[in-house]
Design a binder for this molecule. Sequence first.
Ligand code: 87F
Length: 961
Amino acid sequence: MFKKLINFKFKTISQTIKFSYSLITNMDKKFPLNSVEETLELLKDQKLKFEVQYHDPIDTIEASKNILKKPLDSDFQKNIFPVNKFIKDKKDKDPDGGLYLLVQDPSQKVEFKQIAQILKIKDNLRLGDKDLLYEKLGVTQGSVNPFALINNLKVKFLLDKTIYETDTICIHPMKNVSSLYMKTADLLKLLKSRGVEPIIMDFGPGNSTACHKEEKQNKKQEKPEKHDKPEPEKHDKPEKHDKPEKPEKEEINLENNNIVMNFSDVEKLLVKVDAKYEIQSHGKVIEKDLPNIIHPPKASEFTNFVLGSNKFMRDKKSNSFYLLLHDAKHKVEYKHISYLLGLKENPKLGDKEILKEKMNIVDGGVNPFALLNSPSVKFLLDKVILDTGVVCVHPMDVCSSVFIKVSDLLKLLKLYGIEPVIMDFTTKVEHKEEVEEKNTPDKKGVEYPKEDKCFAKWYQQVITKSEMIDYYEISGCYILRPWAYQMWEFITAYFDKKIKEDGVENAYFPLFVSKHALEKEKEHVEGFSPEVAWVTKSGSKDLENPIAIRPTSETIMYPSYANWIRSHRDLPLKLNQWTNIVRWEFKNPTPFIRTREFLWQEGHTAHATFEEADKEVHLILDFYKQVYEELLAVPVIQGIKSENEKFAGGFKTTTIETMVPTIGKGIQCATSHHLGQNFSKMFGIKFESENMTNEYVWQTSWGLTTRTIGVAVMVHGDNKGLVLPPRIAPIQVILIPIIKTEDEKDGNKSKILNQIFDIFKSLKQAGIRCKVDDRDNYGAGWKYNYWEMKGVPIRLEFGINELKQLKVQLCCRDNKEKLDFAIQGLEKNVEDLLVKIQARMLENAKVELNAIIKLANSNEELFKLITEKKMIKTMWCNTSQCEDNVKKMVKETLVKINEANKLEKKKQEKSGNEEEEEVDITEITAKTLCMPLEQDTIPTNQKCFSCNLPAKKWVLWGKTY
Ligand code: 87F
């Protein structure tokens, strides 16, 4: 009976043949534009400026981020790499009708329904398949690009307004083996010359409009702009909270909000990664019957396969979810999994509701493709499956099984950022005690040294193992555990006190900002707009007016300032708020340093005069320096940002900068802006002066974030973990009783403990933050390592010898120095030692920072010092043009060196030499950090170190975070 239900479908060789055939037909000049070269010729003909990079085929935006280098031409640096979609109206029977090419902002989710609404057509839009794509536009999948429109004027050009308004665009010119940067306006000019006109689509929250370019330009004049809102949906869909998190992927566009629902969705994705697979349909089967139901696969490459079994599990302790794909022939024990993963407890099967909610699958249908619906679920893969190379699993459908190459499956998952954890179940499980020992910090301390080449891993381990940070399922968001949060509390208390002394008052303004208010500051927000996060729904209903989550609060606070300030008597107005901020960063997140949500204070003051505002800006900058130097023991340099680097909304940006010596990267620690009257003019913040004239106020704004903590970790941490300056250490002294077996026998244990608790009390009374670690399930050695990893400044050891001599032994975390002190009068000695450690840490960090500041007198010297991880000081003309040129020079020289290195490496490979670690040159860029406030004199007639203009300022350069 089952046999009857089985049918086969092949997608292997036939696909390859079709593809090569299409390559051949491409050569017969059916289309005007067929290749990269022809496209570039066209641009050259029209004398349009562009920059091209060649690379291996890139299929996704994600991949492009890793492969593409920043363009050399500074004109192209603020660019966007759009998603290009070939769309077909499936109900349009005209072979040339209902065809569209959409060029879309990758950060926005656009549904076909929305496009149809905007175009005022029925929602029959689907992604056009690859054959139709080739037939109509002459390009293959992964290479959809706007130049292809020249090949078929019947395909309508839909252009996302965001792209239209972005200065520079990055495009695969007909093939995804190269990427081209050009001005968006130039692209449109070129297309127009070939008869292609865009329909501009406004997908912004709350807007669903389309217009042709000219209409749009006219519209720009109209004020206020009128938007055609989409009709609210009539049908009530079941409400779905917490949609599975999904990265945006170029051209992987599934129905149902990009959730992988069924095999048809899986198939689309498999085609996308060119996977080889074989599908067998059968009725609904329970897992144990599968071996009897599935047939040996037809294609020989699949005959040696592993029948997979899937488990969805949860580790309650860390609230982590796992999907294990293992060989169905072997019974896998939970203790084996917890052993291999180093979990404290065995994981449990995840429950059905969570399974459905997280991955959109029913019990019994767990399969690895469901991970695409929830990339935060960790993927565990049995090594046997990896070694065999082919696996058979359900493809989101319990009525069929798919045979697929493991490498193809992994390729697809990788596109979504999912990497497997390989589980070798042939490893023996050690006894529980041994496992526990293994996971204790002494055995599994920080495994990477604090060195440039593994700095990111070192940092990640330090902040997690010291219990500062835990990971969260939403990328770029982290949990601040008490150990880190307490540090933030010390910082906030310190700074809060300072600003209150200055007359600043705390207030709280709402988290949300309307589109209208946000756009009041359009000019300045524009560059930041991709980072603004929006709330677009309540429950399942679209909000009529979507609201943004504050990325900063100028537009939230200043309308009130305009209401509250009337006369010079209302000035100065100095408000501050302690809040969280959301900026949806797309660059690699780093806890504390670059996160999508962070904590900060933002101060906003209004003054009657320029000078008064300037004074405030510098006062706050001094407070910031004190936070870093006095609390965090991190030396900083105060300075002014260059024109290129300042906050565009203001008149002047002052900053404090430092450097992480291990990696030679400069880092901006906090900024204080003189806003001039820009915002007061925009928001109408006026006052009547003493002379009865109406004036605009002068404003400042300033912010300090949880980045402070990350900088301190990076500067002070060592191979053993955190090293905390005493003023921000949640525990300043950890008291560890040393109790040996004989102490227990001799009855000395209680004496030692009693005495150590007495010492604790006296230290506590003296205001020292301390704790006794009297846990009896860990030995003293283990505790030493644990508290070292957490960075506690002083360890106090107390055992029988100390008891006898009425003394204690102290060990300093920063320099490992050991000191003996009598119990009598200990508090004073500990207090002094803490002060000494604090000062010593700052002093050492200062010495290190000063040692890496080097002078350069030419581009060549600057370049050399950049590669040597230095902060570079030069005499400079202070022009944007020169800064751009220096940046360009650094990039170009690096590219050249990199090419030469590659050649050399190839030669060495031939001669059998060992491979060297490759340097990621895309990481390296130089920019100005600041022009220090403390300026040495510049000799008269001195030229800029880089160009021929007169030198005006000393400036610092460096690689940056
Ligand atoms: C991200 C999205 C939207 C930075 C953004 O530095 C807007 C912005 O205006 C934005 N990222 N900025 C500049 C913030 C300026 C200023 N605001 C008050 C500060 C300190 C605190």
